[in-house]
Write a protein that binds this ligand. Structure first.
Ligand code: BGP
Length: 463
């Protein structure tokens, strides 16, 4: 069977400023939380490879954009680094950064690649984190100013904007589980940070519309369908609560303009209601997004709590449910430790169609991280990543089914274009369509999956 997608389907990939630009201390860039954390604790996660050691887009963007063209991309989603554009977060605009981003976006356009621009991908400027990061109202205002500056400076080159990538992840990383700086485990701060991220997003949407800029503005969310172990009411309830915390906490306000009632009630009962000022909820209600990006990697398997939660431990959503990992023949990405469940992508798309007004959406990240890919290099020096082709095909078949049934899905972006630096393990897991040789002048080599992806975008489909 040939899986045909519309001719104008968006085929491309995604990355982020911190993970691909490099030049972490060049071009007038200010420090962000990753530069800072790496300097403080180079071995915490990063194995002495910091964000100055990425795929070097800052210096090699012209070459990379040619490669995107060669792989048939019609769109690419990088992010703008807030601390590059405004080194102190809320002060002067760095003109070198303006020139760099303008030239990169212009070059993309000239090569038929639509820039999909994300404003925030985990990279809080350090000076803003010192003011409390997302927990601070002042930082919300600084973010909105930053967003407006982006619309003004780049609005003639960009028509697809995104307020955040995966806003739940900084909440988890910074305040719940400790995998982003400042790793301060405090649920109340997490709730406040999450609320502020939603508010900041809505204010950016409002500024975009008030400014009369051309194009659309959306948000990118990582959705993890929450599957109950059984139809037993206790399991269903547990899965519902996990869904509220990890998916609906951001999906509902960004798309429907309101927080789920059950979540508000639960937070209230537990004493975690955030500070909300007069007018905030109306603003959120009136400034929902035009477009939804969906990042999908893995589902959540949920069962009712089996043992009494430890009430002395810091509060976490897991007080209400347990995970279960019995695999029953399910596939595992054994390198990344994530379950591979292709149908999850379809379930998300059906949910968006049925419960979120069939808002225009696209898959904004989907990919497979693999350790030691050097094992798969053939005699011509190319990585034969047939497993990755299989991974993409098996997900795209489900996207195709949702599309045929009427979901308003407009594109597919893989994670990622070139092997890039990762937040938690630098280069251990490789995701790229193109491999990167850090020991040989950042040499780029197209993998077998990159060639396959070119044929997919050329035909807007695959067999
Ligand atoms: C997503 C993020 C990306 C990326 C990806 C892969 O959640 O948006 O920035 O890193 O996950 O995850 P990892 O790099 O941790 O393997």
């Amino acid at each position: 069977q040939f899986y045909q997608f519309p001719k104008d389907f968006w085929w491309g990939s995604a990355s982020s400023a911190t993970q691909m630009e490099g030049a972490a201390h060049e071009g007038g860039k200010g420090e962000n939380i990753w530069d800072h954390w790496y300097k403080e604790e180079p071995n915490r996660f990063f194995d002495e490879v910091g964000p100055e050691n990425t795929s070097n887009f800052y210096h090699q963007y012209k070459e990379d954009i040619q490669l995107m063209k060669e792989l048939g991309h019609n769109s690419f989603r990088p992010s703008i680094s807030w601390s590059r554009l405004i080194p102190t977060g809320d002060g002067e605009v760095n003109q070198e950064a303006v020139r760099f981003y303008r030239d990169a976006f212009q070059t993309m356009r000239e090569n038929g690649i639509e820039p999909f621009i994300n404003l925030y991908h985990f990279d809080m400027p350090m000076s803003m984190q010192e003011k409390g990061g997302w927990t601070s109202r002042e930082v919300v205002e600084a973010y909105v100013r930053y967003a407006k500056i982006c619309f003004e400076q780049f609005g003639d080159l960009v028509t697809k904007w995104f307020t955040h990538n995966e806003p739940v992840v900084p909440v988890e990383g910074q305040y719940l589980y400790g995998f982003h700086y400042p790793a301060e485990l405090d649920f109340k701060k997490g709730v406040q940070a999450g609320f502020h991220a939603v508010l900041a997003g809505a204010k950016a949407v409002q500024a975009f519309r008030d400014g009369g800029y051309a194009g659309e503005i959306g948000v990118i969310l990582n959705l993890t369908p929450s599957y109950p172990r059984s139809q037993h009411p206790e399991d269903l309830k547990a899965a519902h609560i996990a869904d509220l915390f990890f998916n609906r906490s951001f999906l509902d306000p960004f798309v429907k303009g309101e927080f789920p009632e059950d979540l508000v009630k639960l937070l209230d009962e537990e004493g975690f209601t955030p500070e909300v000022l007069e007018g905030d909820l109306e603003l959120i209600a009136n400034n929902t997004v035009d477009l939804l990006g969906i990042n999908y990697y893995q589902p959540r398997r949920i069962k009712a709590k089996e043992n009494m939660p430890n009430l002395q431990a810091p509060f976490l959503p897991e007080r209400f449910f347990d995970y279960f990992h019995e695999m029953h023949g399910r596939k595992m990405n054994k390198y990344r430790g994530w379950e591979i469940y292709e149908k999850g992508i379809y379930d998300i798309l059906v949910n968006v169609r049925e419960n979120y007004g069939n808002i225009p959406c696209f898959i904004s990240e989907n990919g497979m991280g693999v350790e030691d890919e050097g094992r798969f290099i053939d005699e011509n020096g190319q990585i034969q990543d047939d497993y990755r082709i299989e991974f993409y095909k098996s997900h795209l078949k489900w996207v195709h089914k949702a599309l045929e049934e009427g979901t308003n899905v407009k594109g597919y972006h893989v994670w990622t274009f070139i092997d890039n630096w990762s937040w938690l393990n630098a280069y251990k897991n490789r995701y790229g369509l193109i491999s990167l040789d850090l020991n040989n002048n950042f040499k780029r080599t197209i993998k077998k999956s990159g060639e396959w992806y070119r044929s997919v975008s050329e035909q807007s489909g695959f067999e």
